[in-house]
Write a protein that binds this ligand. Structure first.
Ligand SMILES: [Zn+2]
Length: 293
């Protein structure tokens, strides 16, 4: 994509290398890309490789190759979240030094539920433990570009949440906030499965004095049995041999109305049509779409 100086829109696609790109992640990539194109913005590609136990060797390259095959053009080099590890630790250490984060020695069974009650807040534990951020009882509110108003009271909904795991791995919530800020991301377009993570991220942005980007959460693609398409449910990798009909199917899954013959055109023409006609109106409020729609 060509950067024009008229726009300060910076979007991104940030897949985890836990498997190949499947149809559901293609749809998320298409939505995020078309939003960036429509705003004459930049579109960054960042591989979120901070959870090695869940990663698959070579998945990053397979994802990059798939995006190239499908004609995506990102701005600048591909970045890897693991490259920002020292910065993540700096941020966490500053939060600890400022009394905003603390060590927690609780096991999953100690906690016994989805909400952490903050029992280690004042223990001043030393040693190798998970690090949690202090939350408060104010509601975090935001207006999502597609899902409308959303609010969550963190202390009662999740409690003080983990920003660095006991095994030393950086938690997704922390890494995504720091990297979006460091890369100047202004607009986050991603699947609605991350909607309920957003208040935690906005809270971290506030605590760290970072601006909150605009959010737009796109519907998830469901298989015909209503299961979410994901690496967990064994969704198939998208095809490399017939990308054009698959790209048109992705547009259809996003409720765009490509003409029936669009798939016969070359990739460039399909993208030209998509960029010209991209419209999210029909996606408003939708949490899911069927793969075969
Ligand atoms: Zn604890």
């Amino acid at each position: 994509m060509i950067r024009t100086d008229q726009s300060d829109y910076v979007g991104r696609f940030a897949p985890s290398p836990t498997g190949p790109l499947h149809f559901g992640s293609l749809v998320a990539a298409v939505a995020s890309y078309l939003e960036a194109c429509q705003h004459d913005g930049q579109w960054l590609l960042r591989i979120e490789d901070i959870d090695p136990p869940r990663q698959v060797a070579g998945a990053d390259l397979a994802i990059i190759r798939a995006l190239e095959t499908y004609g995506f053009e990102w701005s600048g080099p591909v970045t890897y979240q693991s490259q920002n590890r020292a910065r993540h630790d700096d941020v966490i250490n500053t939060l600890i030094a400022d009394g905003l984060a603390y060590s927690c020695a609780c096991s999953r069974s100690d906690i016994g539920g989805p909400v952490y009650d903050g029992r280690c807040r004042n223990l001043q534990l030393s040693g190798k433990h998970a690090i949690r951020i202090l939350t408060g009882n104010e509601s975090i509110r935001f207006a999502d570009g597609l899902q409308g108003k959303y609010s969550q009271q963190l202390e009662s909904a999740v409690g003080d949440f983990v920003i660095r795991r006991r095994d030393g791995l950086i938690a997704y919530q922390l890494a995504v906030v720091v990297d979006d800020f460091d890369q100047g991301v202004t607009h986050v377009v991603r699947g609605v499965d991350l909607l309920d993570s957003t208040p935690r991220q906005i809270y971290l942005q506030k605590v760290l004095g970072m601006p909150t980007p605009a959010y737009l959460h796109t519907p998830l693609v469901l298989a015909d049995d209503q299961q979410k398409l994901s690496k967990m449910t064994g969704a198939e990798a998208i095809t490399f041999t017939a990308p054009r009909p698959t790209l048109v199917a992705a547009l259809r899954a996003l409720w765009q109305q490509p003409p029936p013959e669009l798939g016969d055109n070359d990739m460039h023409d399909i993208w030209s049509w998509a960029k010209e006609n991209w419209n999210t109106k029909s996606l408003k409020g939708k949490k899911s779409v069927l793969q075969g729609s």
